[in-house]
Design a binder for this molecule. Structure first.
Ligand SMILES: NC(=O)C1=CN([C@@H]2O[C@H](COP(=O)(O)OP(=O)(O)OC[C@H]3O[C@@H](n4cnc5c(N)ncnc54)[C@H](OP(=O)(O)O)[C@@H]3O)[C@@H](O)[C@H]2O)C=CC1
Ligand SMILES: Cc1cn([C@H]2C[C@H](O)[C@@H](COP(=O)(O)OP(=O)(O)O[C@H]3O[C@@H](C)C(=O)[C@@H](O)[C@H]3O)O2)c(=O)[nH]c1=O
Length: 283
């Protein structure tokens, strides 16, 4: 029996597709704006576990499209979790650092209070609550700053801008852990397999790349690794206005993920090297 993955074309799902016994489905098979179609897909495939790697991830667009974001990120995961609970199979729901308000400098614990700053974070928090409320075996895995060789992400944006410009202003007061989609996929896969045999591991967990850094630090590492001669100027978030406010402190304590599942924080520098190699962008 396979692990059913929602989000066929996404960064994380594309990495799950190359792992053993996964079956990835996309929008044509189940549209997350139609929660019933998601539950029906689970009943059709009768998988051993479900990983939901599909989401409305356009953080700024969500500010003026919150109803759609909530359908996709809140209602659909709830319907998936109910279908999983009815079949007695576990579900892994991927969530985000953007459920936190981002004050202070202490890494967030999984049970810390959640106070999202924007619509995307609120919609993802609604998904977390709906998955818990369904009452089945599950892991909510919060991650952050996802990058890969596929799709739209900060690494690809920096490679494009770094090739066009001599210098770039990048925010230096938002701190978090860049996380490769391949590392998240491997973690979700291991967690799903463990939950099948040990549903009592149900809970909320954190998983992000180490060490924590600012977006500006991360941009410098990308340019260095790619051999791009583009200077990075540190700026405060207030100098980079966006429709959605981002948390300043996205540090997440991943200790319980290690303790429960034996999964360590991945080193993002090594994953970045691999991504640039895959993109043919190494120096
Ligand atoms: N990207 C990031 O920086 C972060 C992401 N996360 C979380 O990680 C998970 C994976 O994110 P990531 O791989 O980056 O996502 P992507 O943005 O790369 O991909 C999103 C996926 O969701 C699918 N999707 C969106 N809307 C629908 C819909 N209505 N019906 C069916 N499928 C839909 C997209 O399909 P289509 O191509 O058809 O639109 C795509 O496959 C998500 O839960 C996200 O919230 C957490 C922290 C950071
Ligand atoms: C392009 C650019 C961005 N930035 C800043 C803006 C922002 O604060 C930060 C990252 O920009 P992005 O638009 O890539 O990031 P953003 O879309 O906010 O990324 C988020 O996506 C969602 C889905 C998540 O769940 C989060 O964990 C996080 O990864 O970099 C600059 O400072 N200078 C620049 O030239």
């Amino acid at each position: 029996m396979a692990i059913l993955v929602f989000g066929e074309t996404g960064q994380v799902a594309r990495e799950l597709a190359v792992l053993p016994d996964t079956l990835c489905i996309g929008r044509d098979a189940a549209d997350l704006r139609d929660a019933a179609s998601c539950a029906a897909a689970i009943r059709l495939h009768k998988p051993a576990a479900v990983i939901n790697a599909a989401a409305y991830t356009a953080v700024d667009a969500a500010e003026t499209d919150e109803a759609q974001a909530t359908l996709v990120n809140g209602t659909a995961p709830g319907a998936m979790a109910q279908a999983c609970a009815a079949l007695g199979i576990p579900m892994v729901q991927i969530s985000t650092d953007y459920v936190f308000a981002g004050h202070g400098e202490t890494p967030w614990q999984p049970d810390d209070a959640t106070t999202p700053l924007g619509a995307y974070g609120r919609s993802k928090l609604a998904g977390e609550m709906a998955v818990r409320d369904a009452g089945g075996a599950h892991a909510i895995l919060r991650t952050s700053w996802v990058v890969s060789a596929h799709g739209a992400n900060f690494v690809k944006t920096m490679l494009r801008l770094g090739a066009e410009r001599d210098s770039l202003n990048v925010v230096a007061d938002q701190i978090g852990g860049p996380t490769a989609a391949a590392d998240i996929a491997a973690a979700c896969h291991r967690i799903a397999l463990q939950l099948i045999d040990a549903p009592d591991k149900t809970g909320t967990y954190h998983f992000s790349g180490a060490p924590d850094c600012s977006w500006a630090d991360f941009a410098r590492a990308i340019f260095d690794e790619a051999g791009l001669n583009c200077a990075v100027h540190d700026i405060p978030s207030s100098d980079y206005p966006t429709p959605a406010k981002r948390p300043l402190n996205s540090r997440m304590d991943c200790g319980t993920t290690h303790k429960t599942f034996g999964i360590e924080r991945p080193q993002w520098q090594a994953s970045l090297t691999q991504i640039l190699k895959d993109l043919g962008a190494s120096k």
